[in-house]
Write a protein that binds this ligand. Structure first.
Ligand SMILES: [Zn+2]
Length: 1154
């Protein structure tokens, strides 16, 4: 048994002995040693070929074997020695994987090989075996050497290989390794350009031919080389000029027809790879269209669809077709908002000035993506090592690194005299309650007794004697205080429910499902809602939801609508807002994405181009052309969104059961399309209708990750199910062929729109259904809720509602003050009352984030409830609440902006009193509180997040920001209280939807003008937060796998209150003794957390994409102008590592577009 081992050892030592001989000879090379070296290398080669152990010996650590071998190669000019050494290397590198190759590269092997290649080719004809060996080795080494492309070019190796290929087209044995190396050279873009000039493209086309079962390996390598060469725009142009694109299409068809058993999918994929790269340039796309590429690839793909293994072909074809689909402008006269609102002044250089200074024809779309190609070679660098750098840099770009900007400070502080006017919003601090009758407090009005009264009798808005804001409230009559007299024509002093004129002849249910119209000025009919119009009055069955919806009252809602001022002067009311929404008790799971749904949708879109005669293209709703009535043949759906928060601009019937929909831009802007709310009627039950919202802007959406749209059926409501339900199948979100000009897109070239598509089957005939992006929550609804809430006030509750200011659109912005009444007017009680810390809450600065209003509703209901915890909470704090910071945006169906066309959550640094009144006065009120020593303990602005799941918070921490920037934190003298972590930590323990791991406390530059950062930095509120609620659902906790509903959102708002209650205990150690052990445990737990030194480990830096890539990503990221990037594949990956600018609702659109 010992014998083989001995033998092995013996041979191993022998190879090392030979190598050390070789080493000596290498050191003092003499002519006479040539034979010796040849002999030794021959022996080594033999040993290595026959003994696996010897290979390991040679490359084992510290053996120096590789150096000796390379040194021989470098020094000798002897052909046989070279062949021996190359043979040795080939044996060594064939097995052992990347490690041996890594050793080879690190010892400078690549350059030695390349030099040998070049020097051996100087006296042609070169030795064929030598060339084969060198190229086989280069092919092994190239992909492992990051600098391979550069080294090859600098050594002059490119042309050697090209010439070898050119002259050996039929010498398969030599051709294959040379092509393989050429393929590796070409992955460097500069090399690709140089090789193109040397005729490499033409050579490849000499090799590539029609279907043949011979030499498929060679063909595959030639195609891959060609594809790599075509990544250069210059080569792509050359290919188009020579008519190669039709050739490639013909070859593709040939393989598609003949490869019936799908044995050569890789070759077919490689042909598509070449087409894909040529069509990166405009000329290529044109050639593709001219060569009927669309029809060819479409037909081939359709035949491939049933075979799952052909998916790569279908996906690549779909990507090419989408890229080549001619870009269109949206079918609109202009992408500027339909509705304009004159501003008191238009700041020069602001978004509105820019919008209206745009030249005519700005919306026209030109394929602009080739502009910079002429400079391609100059701007190309060697890109092989750049990935490393860019990969890291991007992540920290947005983090604030200026320590001075991170330190809280007082800036822009107005003189106290100017702030004094805010005193009357804070009367609780000066009131002495002497007139209060604490002995006989006003009795509590039970909820159930309130509602019936409100249902029938006249609506009386309870007058809060304390509410005399700087601006006047709207009176119930709505006729006194509407500020702009020119609007008097839309004053609505009576309401009646009438149906739309087209319902006249019908007697069935559709009759009662006409539109809810606010009668009066528009219809000119009834004056006071009487039944004088006889048969035209709908006998509407209002679902009785009083018991389920204590804060809802249809009549009161209509009353509220009357005093709501919209830019389009809406006179209709949407049924869901009128009837109310009773939250479902059903679980609504996050939808699982159906396989291949995206490409099926894309193929249907492509069919429009291939079979244009199948397309109806009938406009069925058009806000831009309201005077031109839609011809109704009873076959089309009817659309409407002329009601509060509605924003459908145009609807086009594309096919019998398919509609393209266009959303209106935010007023005074030409973009921000995301939120939607519209009505659909005249549907057929049991039919699958496809809806496409075709002017979405964000690059990704939760609609790709299981989120469904919301639908409200009026029939269902009348039948006892008045509720918004998650609905729709085949939902997906992808880039489409509509585009806008670079000027309209703020300088970006060829900015494409995205399609959000969903399919719905309606249940009822003659129903009226509503669709929304998320659970609607209108401004009128807020006013109704506030009125009902104020009616809940008891003697124990101190409740005040004032108007903080009037908005640009003439609506009031409510400000609430909620706390507990003092127990008596004694000095002690009054002093306790006044010493309560302030909690400042706000919501809905972004109108499209309706979820934030539902969370706020939950908070307010809790604050007004009579539970002992609510009472305790009121006794602990004074709440200042602005439940809707952007009423105008909400009313007019905006997604992000106010009427000034700006994101109000980007105005906190320098709000303008005229253009951003709600922000200006909110900030001033905060400044007043600070100036009077009442800086809030907590500030929280409620938002909605469209890219992430769960509920989470953003806060501000100097330390966590500094740590993220890799600045040596120890050099900065930082003292920071960790109290900012307590509230999120409490929430993560209490609120099931809340996720601590999604929270971040990093201060970003792009957010320096948001409420959170400004209130932290300028007002000095340490616990200053943005609370983000998902629009989709949760992926952790009790609600894992479920879409979020209003119950969960309202619960979140209530849990926020409970967390504040615990925070109060936690922040007042003296009170600890009074509470139970459970609470103490929890607090100890919190203290533990606070003492962990490296607390940042919990923080996720939230710029990361939180959703995994999904299967169809390849389609999804298709860019029309990716030829500007040297490496489209890398680009796609990079793109996902980059922060999606839209992923955070706080990020301004400007950021997202630039
Ligand atoms: Zn937001």
């Amino acid at each position: 048994m010992n014998k083989p081992k001995m033998a092995a050892e013996k041979s191993a030592s022998r190879v090392l002995m030979l190598l050390s001989q070789l080493e000596r000879l290498n050191e003092e090379p003499k002519v006479s040693d040539k034979d010796a070296i040849r002999q030794i290398t021959g022996k080594v080669l033999h040993l290595i070929q026959t003994q696996e152990k010897t290979r390991k010996e040679v490359v084992s650590k510290g053996s120096g074997g590789m150096e000796v071998i390379l040194s021989s190669l470098e020094n000798t000019r002897d052909l046989q020695t070279n062949l021996n050494v190359l043979g040795i290397l080939n044996e060594l590198l064939t097995v052992g994987g990347g490690r041996r190759t890594g050793v080879f590269v690190s010892k400078g092997g690549t350059a030695i090989l390349l030099q040998l290649l070049v020097s051996s080719s100087k006296d042609p004809p070169a030795n064929e075996e030598l060339m084969i060996l060198i190229h086989s080795l280069l092919f092994k080494v190239g992909p492992k050497d990051k600098k391979f492309g550069v080294k090859a070019r600098l050594n002059g190796a490119l042309n050697v290989t090209v010439n070898l290929v050119k002259h050996n087209l039929h010498n398969y044995k030599l051709l294959l390794p040379c092509l393989q190396v050429l393929r590796v050279y070409s992955s460097n873009l500069v090399n690709a350009v140089s090789l193109g000039r040397s005729g490499a493209l033409e050579i490849m086309f000499d090799i590539i031919g029609p279907f043949s079962k011979k030499s498929t390996t060679l063909l595959k390598v030639a195609l891959d080389t060609l594809a790599a060469l075509l990544k250069s725009g210059m080569n792509a142009r050359r290919a188009v000029d020579r008519g190669y694109l039709p050739t490639l299409l013909t070859i593709y068809q040939d393989w598609h027809r003949n490869d019936t058993r799908h044995r050569h999918v890789v070759i077919r994929k490689s042909i598509l790879g070449c087409i894909k790269n040529i069509t990166n340039i405009k000329l290529g796309r044109k050639a593709f269209i001219d060569a009927s590429g669309m029809r060819i690839l479409y037909n081939a793909s359709t035949e491939c669809l049933p075979v799952r293994t052909l998916d790569p072909l279908v996906n690549t074809s779909s990507l090419i077709m989408r890229k080549c689909f001619p870009k269109n402008r949206l079918p609109l006269p202009t992408i500027k908002s339909v509705f304009l609102h004159p501003l008191p002044h238009v700041p020069a250089g602001g978004p509105v000035a820019q919008l209206y200074n745009q030249p005519p024809g700005v919306d026209d779309v030109v394929d602009e993506s080739d502009e910079n190609e002429a400079t391609e070679v100059d701007t190309e660098n060697d890109t092989e090592n750049e990935e490393d750098e860019t990969g890291h840099k991007t992540q920290n770009d947005d983090i604030e690194t200026d320590i001075n900007k991170l330190r809280p400070r007082q800036i822009n502080m107005r003189p106290f005299d100017e702030l004094r006017v805010y005193e009357h919003f804070c009367r609780e601090f000066t009131e002495n309650f002497e007139d209060n009758d604490f002995e006989n407090p006003r009795s509590f009005i039970p909820l159930s007794s309130v509602n019936p009264e409100l249902h029938h009798g006249p609506i009386i808005i309870p007058t809060t004697p304390t509410s005399l804001g700087p601006q006047n409230r709207c009176s119930p009559q709505g006729d006194v205080l509407l500020p702009n007299s020119d609007r008097s024509s839309v004053e609505l002093d009576s309401i009646s429910i009438s149906k739309s004129p087209d319902g006249k002849s019908d007697c069935d249910l559709v009759y009662s499902l006409g539109r809810l119209v606010l009668d009066g000025s528009v219809n000119g009919g009834s004056v006071d809602g009487s039944q004088e119009d006889g048969g035209e009055q709908a006998d509407l069955e209002v679902p009785d939801t009083a018991a389920l919806l204590p804060l809802h009252d249809p009549d009161l809602y209509l009353e509220m609508v009357k005093s709501t001022r919209s830019v389009p002067a809406y006179t209709e009311v949407a049924y869901p807002d009128y009837f109310g929404h009773v939250a479902l008790n059903l679980r609504e799971p996050i939808l699982e994405r159906a396989y291949g749904v995206q490409r099926i949708k894309i193929f249907q879109d492509i069919e429009r181009l291939i079979h244009p005669s199948d397309i109806i293209d009938k406009v069925v709703y058009d806000l831009d052309n309201q005077s031109c009535p839609v011809i109704d043949n009873g076959e089309s759906l009817k659309f409407n969104s002329k009601f509060e928060s509605g924003n459908l601009r145009k609807a086009m019937q594309v096919r019998k059961f398919e509609y393209d929909l266009i959303l209106n831009s935010d007023i005074n802007s030409n973009h921000y399309h995301q939120w939607f709310y519209f009505e659909v009627g005249n549907m057929r039950p049991g039919v699958r209708y496809r809806f496409n919202i075709i002017n979405c802007e964000k690059s990704n959406s939760q609609f790709n990750y299981g989120m469904q749209v919301l639908m409200y059926s009026v029939q269902d409501a009348i039948n006892g199910r008045p509720q918004w339900v998650r609905t729709g199948s085949d939902i997906c979100y992808y880039k489409n062929h509509f585009s806008r000009s670079s000027i309209a897109a703020g300088g970006q070239k060829g900015k494409s729109y995205f399609t959000m598509t969903f399919t719905v089957t309606f249940q009822h005939k003659d129903d009226v259904c509503y669709f929304a992006y998320h659970y609607p929550y209108t401004y009128s609804m807020l006013k109704m809720h506030l009125q009902k809430l104020s009616a809940l006030s008891t003697a124990q509750i101190y409740y005040r509602q004032e108007d903080l200011c009037e908005t640009l659109g003439g609506n009031s912005c409510p400000l609430l003050t909620i706390t507990a009444m003092p127990e008596s007017s004694s000095n002690d009680h009054i002093s306790q009352f006044r010493s309560r810390p302030v909690v400042f809450l706000s919501a809905r600065v972004h109108p499209g984030e309706t979820n934030s209003s539902w969370v706020m509703k939950g908070t307010l209901e809790f604050l007004m409830s009579c539970s002992p915890q609510a009472q305790s909470l009121r006794e602990s704090y004074i709440f200042k609440v602005i439940p809707m910071l952007n009423p105008d945006g909400v009313i007019n169906g905006n997604h992000r902006c106010s009427l000034s066309g700006e994101d109000l959550n980007r105005q906190w640094q320098n709000p303008n009193t005229e253009l951003h009144p709600t922000i200006y006065h909110s900030k001033s009120l905060l400044q007043y509180l600070r100036a009077t020593g009442r800086t809030p303990l907590v500030f929280c602005d409620y938002h909605g997040h469209s890219r992430k799941k769960n509920v989470f918070m953003y806060g501000c921490s100097i330390k966590e920001t500094v740590w993220q920037t890799n600045v040596n934190a120890s050099t900065v003298d930082l003292h920071e209280d960790l109290g900012y972590r307590t509230l999120p930590k409490l929430l993560s323990q209490m609120a099931p939807a809340f996720s601590l791991s999604s929270c971040s406390f990093v201060v970003e530059r792009s957010k320096e003008a948001t409420a959170r950062v400004v209130v932290w930095r300028e007002i000095g509120v340490q616990r200053s937060y943005t609370m983000e609620s998902t629009l989709c659902g949760c992926d952790q906790g009790k609600y894992k796998g479920l879409q979020i509903g209003t119950n969960e959102l309202e619960e979140m708002g209530a849990q926020f209150c409970l967390a504040l209650l615990r925070l109060r205990r936690f922040t007042s150690p003296l009170e600890l003794h009074n509470h139970n052990s459970h609470l103490l445990d929890m607090e100890n737990d919190l203290i533990d957390t606070r003492s962990i030194p490296n607390i940042t480990s919990n923080t996720t830096y939230v710029l990361d994409e939180d959703e995994p890539a999904f299967l169809e990503e390849v389609d999804y990221s298709a860019e029309s102008n990716d030829e500007n990037d040297p490496d489209p594949e890398g680009y796609l990956q990079d793109n996902h590592a980059l922060p999606d600018p839209n992923s955070d609702s706080e990020i301004s659109h400007q950021d997202s577009l630039n």
